[in-house]
Design a protein around this ligand. Sequence first.
Ligand SMILES: O=C(O)C(=O)C[C@]1(C(=O)O)C=C[C@@H](O)C=C1
Length: 322
Amino acid sequence: MRYGFLGPETTFTHQALLQALMGPLPVRPDDGEHTLVPYRSVAEAIGDLVAGDVDAMMAPIENSVEGGVSGTLDVLAATGGITIVAEQIVPITFVLATRVPSSLDALEAVYSHPHAQAQCQGFVRGNIPGASPQPALSTAAAAREIAELDDADPRARTAAAICSPLAAEHFGLHVVSEGIEDTKGAETRFVLVERDGLIPARTGADKTTIVAHLAHDRSGSLLEMLEVLSSNGVNLSRIESRPIGDALGRYSFSLDLEGHIEDRRVASALRGLHRICSRIVFLGSYSRADGSVPYVVDHNTDTAYEEARSFVAGLEALIARD
Ligand SMILES: O=C(O)C(=O)C[C@]1(C(=O)O)C=C[C@@H](O)C=C1
């Protein structure tokens, strides 16, 4: 199989993909032959996934500090025929690294992915307030950019990358400071996406990702949507509003539901949402990386739904027909 990822090698996305390939992969038979293809952006990787150039791709979707990765959420929501089949969680720690040995006082520019910049802004403000943040396509792209500077270039001493310890080592950089993230213990969640993917079977510890568009812009519309989830006992692990883009004030909701589409309560909630929303995009039901099994009250178990269905079916059988 060919796997796309946000590159170059040693991004956190690359680490998430390697982590996924170490375990059993859902849905597709694993031939043991893995080709890893780095991309400059998630959008490019998804384009190639849809075109058939790669069979699957890994993308960051949520960070414990910064929340949803909007670039990924938007491109997933807008692309038909793709399915999330697995998730991975990677612990996040950053170093500040330069081309040649340098010190914090000498630094004038800090390169990194905007999400990494955001997670280290307190450190940068407190320790190198004069340094300007410079965007890079990924943390490893920033490390590579710094590594490729000529020793004679003044930026070899004054420009640093915010990247993973692995990227600093891989690109031969000098670590000026380590553990520079503002929140210790931060994690990023990544999803493995396939084209026309089958839905992996229920494990009992699953998550379902959908995007819902409210049918009406009026008070109570969002509450109605949440009530459908609540009455079916479906807990949310993430809810985010994303602008639809065609006019101000028009938003869709990106949701992670606890449970699998094969759970009757999740299927029933989706049927309810389908009735009240103008559009539902189903992005996948897949095993949770943390293995956490949701608490389901007796009246929301599959058995309770089956008994309720049989009860109504029994009554329907009594309806007089001409
Ligand atoms: O640049 C990388 O290394 C990535 O994998 C991207 C990304 C992100 O999009 O959030 C992943 C994890 C970190 O939180 C910072 C950056």
